[in-house]
Design a protein around this ligand. Structure first.
Ligand SMILES: Cc1cc2nc3c(=O)[nH]c(=O)nc-3n(C[C@H](O)[C@H](O)[C@H](O)COP(=O)(O)OP(=O)(O)OC[C@H]3O[C@@H](n4cnc5c(N)ncnc54)[C@H](O)[C@@H]3O)c2cc1C
Length: 418
């Protein structure tokens, strides 16, 4: 178990610096829907290998988040809220800016929670919101959007990562009453919320197109489907409280009603879902970068060497200046992409640009925060090493930085860049 940062230590003057208030007046959309994820997510607190310090941090800060941002929680209701007994609506793609703000603020406190929520909303709820029939939405999206069921999205396979079209998982149709059954065989790798989700959206080959490429469709897969199991759970560099694992599909039979969107439309749907998911990962990156800055500033102001605060040395001060500037630029790009999505405008390019920039800023900022802390940043007494480990994922998940550059360059140049 990690150590809690020292509460008083004269060698470490940052120990008395109070944590910055969350949600610093941010409500640009004017309609921030703060989903209360606690009810569903407190299982993660119990089950995952998060440490108590993180849990307390999370609960305390989420408490302040719900209290200050909603402005409508009275003290009597507070404990109910904290226990997660209310099922507030989450922003399952309906208000992308609110969703991005909520993920960024969670990432600022606890990256794992930010990723859990990002995967749940963008990847779990997103496809149902985008392509689900009213019946599918009622049956699967409503429980997910109310926080009662966690969602997951199985696209990646061991042989199909950046090349997600290389899916090997298959779905075979069998005739029968009510449109028959789909039988799904294969496996998925690196799936967030694996083992925690109650509903997964998975992609599978349902045939070949005329040009020989795979026809890919999407399916709703309840976790209690016979033949479904969770394989290995990954040991990761960071984001330890977020489950990442393998989905094993061994003759999983789902009714025809669980085909999500039209047959063969799964690839197109997931491209759209990934566009939205990039906003979420960009928001997570912004939150983690902001956490790094939040930690670095008071440390630089109060840690003394050579008889003066280290922040008064240009070498340190300019790191802080670069962090602050880049984070602000990243935030603007992410918010802009979310705003475009909110307005129903084309946001694919903006989302790729935002995710690319914000994730690389996040890695630089979290790295710089360790540098500002010196040796204390490299050890686990301070949270900055966690921010650094967590931030790296944002350059990989939902399309690596290289893939974002491909997407952006193709859009701008109009050429088939490989
Ligand atoms: C913690 C975590 C959570 C995840 N959650 C999910 C999830 O919920 N659902 C899901 O479906 N997936 C998930 N993923 C998978 C993630 O989306 C993939 O890891 C990612 O898309 C990269 O695929 P890959 O790992 O197979 O790497 P590869 O595709 O093998 O890439 C390896 C390297 O080659 C580069 N590369 C590949 N192709 C090109 C190209 N054409 N041009 C230039 N460079 C290229 C990549 O940028 C990278 O640097 C998760 C991964 C992690 C680590």
């Amino acid at each position: 178990m990690k150590k809690k940062p020292p509460t008083s230590n004269p060698q470490h003057p940052t120990s008395n610096v109070s944590r910055p208030t969350l949600v610093s007046g941010i409500q640009p959309s004017g309609r921030l829907h703060l989903g209360n994820y606690l009810g569903a997510l407190k299982n993660f607190v119990d089950l995952q290998n998060s440490d108590k310090y993180d849990c307390y941090f999370f609960i305390a800060d989420l408490h302040s988040l719900t209290e200050s941002a909603s402005g409508r929680i009275n003290p009597k209701e507070k404990s109910k809220q904290i226990l997660g007994l209310t099922a507030d609506f989450i922003a399952a793609g309906l208000d992308p800016l609110a969703s991005a703000l909520a993920i960024a603020e969670r990432g600022r406190v606890w990256g794992s929670l930010g990723l859990i929520v990002a995967a749940h909303t963008s990847l779990g709820c997103g496809p149902l919101h985008l392509a689900g029939t009213p019946e599918q939405q009622q049956r699967y999206l409503v429980p997910m959007a109310s926080g009662r069921v966690i969602g997951g999205y199985g696209l990646t396979e061991s042989g199909a990562g950046s090349d997600a079209g290389g899916t090997r998982t298959t779905a075979r149709h069998e005739d029968g009453p009510d449109g028959g059954t789909w039988v799904i065989d294969g496996s998925k790798r690196f799936i967030t919320n694996a083992g925690q989700a109650g509903t997964y959206i998975v992609t599978a080959r349902t045939g070949d197109k005329d040009d020989g490429s795979a026809e890919i469709s999407a399916f709703i897969l309840p976790a209690d489907t016979p033949g479904f199991s969770v394989g290995r759970l990954e040991d990761k560099l960071g984001l330890h409280a977020s489950a990442t694992g393998e989905l094993l599909l061994d003759g999983c039979r789902v009714p025809a009603a669980n085909l999500l969107g039209a047959k063969g439309e799964g690839f197109r749907t997931f491209l759209k879902v990934l566009d939205g998911g990039r906003i979420s990962i960009g928001a997570l990156a912004v939150g983690l970068a902001q956490a790094a800055l939040d930690a670095a500033v008071p440390y630089a102001q109060t840690r003394e060497q050579f008889g003066r605060p280290i922040g008064s040395f240009q070498g340190v001060a300019f790191m802080i200046a670069d962090m602050a500037t880049e984070i602000e630029a990243a935030r603007s790009l992410v918010w802009k992409a979310a705003w475009l999505k909110d307005k129903g405008r084309d946001f694919g390019l903006a989302a790729a640009e935002a995710k690319l920039f914000a994730s690389e800023v996040s890695s630089r900022a979290t790295n710089a925060a360790i540098q500002v802390h010196g040796g204390y940043g490299y050890v686990t007494d301070y949270p900055v090493e966690r921010y650094f480990r967590d931030a790296k994922l944002t350059e990989i998940g939902e399309g690596t930085s290289q893939i974002q550059r491909l997407v952006i360059a193709r859009r701008i140049l109009g050429l088939r860049i490989v």
